[in-house]
Ligand binder design. Structure first.
Ligand SMILES: NC(=O)c1ccc[n+]([C@@H]2O[C@H](COP(=O)([O-])OP(=O)(O)OC[C@H]3O[C@@H](n4cnc5c(N)ncnc54)[C@H](O)[C@@H]3O)[C@@H](O)[C@H]2O)c1
Length: 322
C-alpha cells in the first residue's frame, strides 16, 4: 500500500510518519505548512506542499503517488481559536475533510484513518470514557471532530472504504527533541513556559470533585499515538470492511497537581510554588479513557508513562528555547 499522511509535518503527524516509515510502509505527505515544519520529515519521505481544501492538489497527489490509503491528521486544534473563529474551523476541519474524502472516493482509495479527539465527549460524567459514552462536544473544535467522524464513517459505509477514527486523549512527549510540540496550548508546555520565564505555574481551579481538587486527564505519549496508527493502518489493510472508532489513551488519570509536580521535578524547579487561579470555563473535572476497545481490536496498549512524556518534552523545549 501507499499511504498519504496529511499534516505529516506537524507534531503528531511527524511521529506517525516516522513510525509508519520505520514499519516499512510507503508514504507521501501532504501539508500546507501552516503550523508544520518540513525538517520534521525523515529523509526519503516525499512532501507535497498544499492544502487538503484544494481538490486539484488532492487529486494530483493521489494519482501521482498511486495512493491506496489515507491517514488524515491535518487540522486546526486550538479550542479557544475555534470559539473565536468557528467558520474557519468548520472550513478547515470539516470542508477540508470532505474535499479529501471526495478525492479519495474518486481515486479509489479504500482505507481511511482520521485524527479525532477526546474533545468529542465534551464534559463526560463517567469514571472511564468508553467509545459508547455519549458525544456532546462543548466547543466548535470538538464539533468539527465529531462531524468529521460521521463523515468518515458514512463515506466508508457507502463507498466501500475501511475506516478508523482515533480519539486521542492528552498528547505529550516527543520521540526526539526535534519532533517536539511547537505549540503552548497544553499543560506540559504551558508549565515549561512559566517555569523558564521565572513565573509560578498556573493551576486552574483546585475545588473540583477530585481527590486533590484539580482536574484529572489521561496523558498519552505521542510515540504511543504513533504506534497505535501503525496498528490501525495494518488492521485496515487486512480488513476491508473495518469501521472503527477507538480511544487512544492509557486508561490512567493524572491530576494537574501531580503533573505539575512531575514537571517541576524533571526541570529541577521544585522550589517554585504553583499558583492556583480560577477555573477555566468548560474544563471537565475528569476525562480518562477506557483503553479496552483498542486493546481488543488492535492488540495495542500504551508503553510509556507520564515521566517519560515530560522528560522527552522537556528535551524538545530546551532545544527550541536555548
Ligand atoms: N495535540 C493534541 O493534543 C491533539 C489531541 C487530539 C487530537 N489532535 C488532532 O491531531 C491532529 C494533529 O495535531 P498536532 O498536535 O500535530 O497539530 P499540528 O498543528 O502540529 O499539526 C497539524 C499539521 O497539519 C497541517 N495542516 C493544517 N491545516 C492543513 C490543511 N488545510 N492542509 C494541509 N495541511 C494542513 C499543519 O501545517 C501541521 O503540519 C489535529 O487534527 C488535531 O486536531 C491533537
Amino acid at each position: 500500500m501507499t499511504w498519504l499522511i496529511t499534516g505529516g509535518a506537524g507534531f503528531i503527524g511527524s511521529h506517525v510518519v516516522k513510525a509508519m516509515a520505520e514499519g516499512g510502509e510507503r508514504i507521501v505527505v501532504l501539508d500546507d505548512l501552516s503550523t508544520g515544519r518540513p525538517e520534521r520529515l525523515p529523509e526519503g519521505v516525499p512532501l507535497e506542499v498544499g492544502t487538503v481544501l484544494d481538490r486539484e492538489v488532492v487529486d494530483r497527489v493521489l494519482r501521482e503517488h498511486a495512493v491506496t490509503g489515507i491517514v488524515h491528521i491535518a487540522g486546526k486544534k486550538q479550542v479557544a481559536e475555534s470559539v473565536a473563529e468557528p467558520l474557519h474551523y468548520y472550513h478547515e476541519n470539516v470542508e477540508g475533510l470532505r474535499t479529501l474524502l471526495e478525492g479519495a472516493v474518486g481515486a479509489g482509495v479504500t482505507r481511511f484513518l482520521f485524527s479525532s479527539s477526546a474533545a468529542v465527549y465534551g464534559m463526560p460524567d463517567v469514571d472511564l470514557v468508553t467509545e459508547a459514552t455519549p458525544c456532546a462536544p462543548i466547543n466548535p473544535y470538538g464539533e468539527t471532530k465529531l462531524a468529521g467522524e460521521w463523515l468518515v464513517t458514512a463515506t466508508g459505509r457507502t463507498h466501500g472504504m475501511a475506516t478508523a477514527s482515533l480519539r486521542y486523549f492528552n498528547v505529550a512527549g516527543a520521540a526526539t527533541p526535534e519532533l517536539g510540540d511547537d505549540g503552548v496550548f497544553n499543560l506540559v508546555p504551558m508549565v515549561f513556559e512559566r517555569l523558564t520565564a521565572g513565573e509560578r505555574p498556573l493551576v486552574f481551579g483546585d475545588d473540583y470533585p477530585t481527590p486533590d481538587g484539580t482536574c484529572i486527564r489521561d496523558y498519552i505519549h505521542v510515540e504511543d499515538i504513533a504506534s497505535a496508527h501503525v496498528a490501525a493502518a495494518r488492521r485496515l489493510a487486512a480488513d476491508p470492511g473495518a469501521s472503527l472508532v477507538l480511544n487512544i489513551g492509557r486508561g490512567e488519570g493524572v491530576s494537574v497537581t501531580e503533573m505539575v509536580g512531575i514537571i517541576q521535578d524533571v526541570t529541577g524547579r521544585t522550589d517554585v510554588e504553583p499558583l492556583v487561579t480560577d477555573r477555566r470555563p468548560g474544563d471537565p473535572a475528569r476525562v480518562v479513557a477506557s483503553a479496552d476497545r483498542i486493546a481488543e481490536e488492535l492488540g495495542w496498549s500504551a508503553r510509556y508513562g507520564v515521566r517519560e512524556m515530560v522528560e522527552s518534552a522537556w528535551a524538545g523545549w530546551q532545544l527550541r528555547h536555548p
